[in-house]
Design a protein around this ligand. Structure first.
Ligand code: PLP
Length: 239
């Protein structure tokens, strides 16, 4: 378990940097939501972050998330799935997550909607967009986007609220800026083409490395892990 005092202080530091970045581009910081990515960290650390006022948490694996949700069920937390979702886990995911950032196929949106209708539990959907064309990465190519957006707009219990981007990994935050700007332009183009702006209001982009750049380019949901929880145990450490 992490030292709760250090965790709270890192969290405060991230919040301060968010406020400063928002100030630089005259954005209201309350329109930017910080999602603390708690993957690999135990429920005890989620509790420490929650005690410091953090209520949105993100995970990239369904099972790991379900365990932590159970262990923190007494807290009013909102859970975001930010990793790839296999369609056979859609029902479980719809029953427990508040938002799923990794929609990469129309069939996945439809399945989540069917599950959400059954449970009567609304779930927010964000479509993961692949702007770099990386062969190893999940996400919908720009040219295929309307083919996922249109069916997602038909959902009854699930609700499309925006787009998500995971740009190519790099050590230089500025290298991500063109991708962030491109996602925002893409959203603006889609709205100009008639997609209701409320359905594309959220831009999930920016991680520990580059969340300030993402804020400058219009991010509304930041997915920040290491800057809050410290470095995850790397490969080869048995985790
Ligand atoms: C792990 C992860 C993050 C957080 O990354 P950090 O560099 O630790 O901030 C954000 N988004 C996704 C999709 C992730 O898997």
């Amino acid at each position: 378990m992490l030292d709760p005092v250090e965790l709270a202080s890192r969290l405060a530091g991230v919040r301060e940097r968010i406020a400063r970045a928002a100030g630089r581009v005259r954005r209201d910081p309350s329109t930017i939501r910080l999602v603390a990515i708690s993957k690999t960290f135990p429920a005890a650390d989620v509790r420490s972050a929650a005690a410091a006022g953090q209520l949105d948490f993100g995970e990239n694996k369904v099972q790991e998330a379900l365990t932590k949700m159970e262990q923190t069920a007494d807290l009013p937390l909102r859970w975001h799935l930010v990793g790839h979702l296999q369609s056979n886990k859609a029902r479980k995911a719809a029953a427990s997550f508040d938002a799923i950032h990794s929609i990469d196929a129309a069939s996945l949106a439809t399945r989540l909607d069917a599950a959400a209708q059954e449970t009567g539990r609304p779930v927010e959907l964000l479509i993961q967009v692949d702007l770099a064309g990386e062969p190893t990465k999940y996400g919908v190519r720009r040219d295929d986007l309307l083919g996922v957006i249109e069916p997602a707009l038909q959902c009854k219990a699930a609700r499309l609220t925006g787009l998500m981007l995971l740009p190519p990994a790099t050590a230089d935050p500025e290298a991500a800026r063109p991708y962030f700007a491109a996602l925002r332009r893409l959203r603006d183009d889609l709205v100009a083409q008639g997609i209701p702006s409320s359905r594309l209001a959220q831009l999930s982009m920016g991680m520990s490395q580059d969340f300030e750049v993402a804020i400058e380019e219009g991010a509304t949901l930041l997915r920040v892990g290491t800057a809050i929880f410290s470095r995850r145990p790397g490969p080869g450490t048995g985790v």
